[in-house]
Design a protein around this ligand. Sequence first.
Ligand code: AMP
Length: 282
Amino acid sequence: MQCVHTKSELRQALAVQDQQPRVLVPTMGALHAGHASLMRQGRAIAGDKGLLVATIFLNPVQFDNAGDLQAYPTTPESDLALCEECGVDIVFMPKPDEMYASDRSMSLEENYLSTVLCGAKRPGHFAGVCLVVHKLFNLVQPTDAVFGKKDYQQLAILRRMVRDMDIPVTIHGAEIVREDDGLALSSRNVRLTAAHRSAAPMIQQSLQLAKSQFEQGMDAEAICAEVKFGLELIVGVQVDYVSIVDATDLHDLEADSDLALLAVAAYFGEVRLIDNIEMKRA
Ligand code: AMP
């Protein structure tokens, strides 16, 4: 495995290892088993003959909250060990000034899927995600890229970006990886207090209950209200949103929607956790 820090080192490494398919797994570091599952999926797509590139870049442009960026964990040594274990060929680990000129004046906005759920709550977040992923696509020129369903809206927006911008990359979605107690793995989980860490599996428990209620025909708004009410019984928890939407366009559920998505974001103290579940009416 080769670890490179600059664009020119990356270009050189890719010129030497130019086998196809070339699969990209972008991350912000503080890697855990969720990232590992994306990298393993990437390795499977690349096969023995292809190339797997992972990027570790804490993208400042997608943070709408300076405190969140400041508090974001960084674990470069164990990150590299995990990349190696997952069969990554090249890790690109740039510094912010390598990625962004100080007078950067380009942005990249998606204007439909980004207007709801987290996009409505975190101004500029998805524009920052689109910008960095577009840049990584230009730098790495992958045939394929893997993103997690944990960030369901991000995955939908990036699929839209490649469609609308004619970017020749196949996007693959990976299932959410959870702790044994059901909490979705997240780099932010280490910031939870002990009390909030032990209460946080309630998120998935309430999503599972909601899914069975939805599948039995219960009204979507009533389900969301119940999830919100239940989570806010935990001391120090503030729900940001609970929504049931069409899983494809992330807007209102229609009678003919094939798949629904229940998405939740909640502050456990300072830490914003997100989770979701796909659901189908019986
Ligand atoms: P991040 O480092 O948080 O930007 O995440 C990098 C990639 O890993 C994104 O595509 C995330 O959706 C994905 N990811 C993060 N946590 C999980 C998880 N628990 N299960 C599956 N994928 C995840």
